[in-house]
Design a protein around this ligand. Sequence first.
Ligand code: ZN
Length: 296
Amino acid sequence: MTRRNLLPFLSFIIASLLFKTSHAQQLPTKSPKIKTIIIDAGHGGIEPGAKGTYSTEAQITLQLALRLDTLLRNEMPDVRFVMTRTTDIFHNPKEKANIANRENGDLFLCIHVNAMPPKKEVIGYKSVAVTKKIKGKKKKVYQKVPIYKYSPNPTYGTSTYVWAADRSDEKSKGIIEDERYESSSEVMDVPDINSPEALIKARLWSQKFFKNSVRLASMIEDEFASSGRKSWGVLQRNNKGIWVLQATNMPAVLVETGFITNKEEEDYLNSETGQKEVVRSIANAVVKYKQMIDGK
Ligand SMILES: [Zn+2]
């Protein structure tokens, strides 16, 4: 650089520095509202969750949660991530909620895998002998009973659950109430959800966090749909199976990432491509949600 063009060059540097400083001063110094995100891998340990032909829900949720944690840490360096489990251990829902609350989470993400019972079909009838008491005497009679054929349930696709707001509340648009996927797992040690105390607590949770939970849930399902998955949309329940959601002091969603009882989806959820796609969709939604909440 010659002395002749050094001066304009220096003045350019000074001007851009001044601009940068003044520009930075103009920007509002908002602190992010989402500082900590809790990632919960559903089930684990003594409680494997739903079973497929060769894998369990607990194995898949852990793999997905670990991948999601890595991906989000990379893309959100200013956020702290806490996993409820990083190995094959069991936590009851109370412990999960305790972890989330103790760590001051701003968002609770539960990763699950769905299941449907086998399809039961009547394919014929047979006669079986039964002993009946007729007029005080034991007699052998024949009864017609159906013959069933069981086949794997073909249902597939994703859905994201939120804790159902008070039934008297006006329902949010796009929410379907659904009891189809009622699961008996993850209900150990869950307090009575119909006790007056529990109802008050749940109502308070809904007032504070229902709206944002639904927003995130919709974003997740939109991402799944645009990645080509079948989306059952945002569903709401208020049963023991998802009690943990309203036990956390933060917006919370439970993502059913696919059906382990559908062979194709079991393969997809166990594959590297499938797992990468699933966590990509969830991460996209979380990034968008954070931008919305932080007002960027
Ligand atoms: Zn589950």
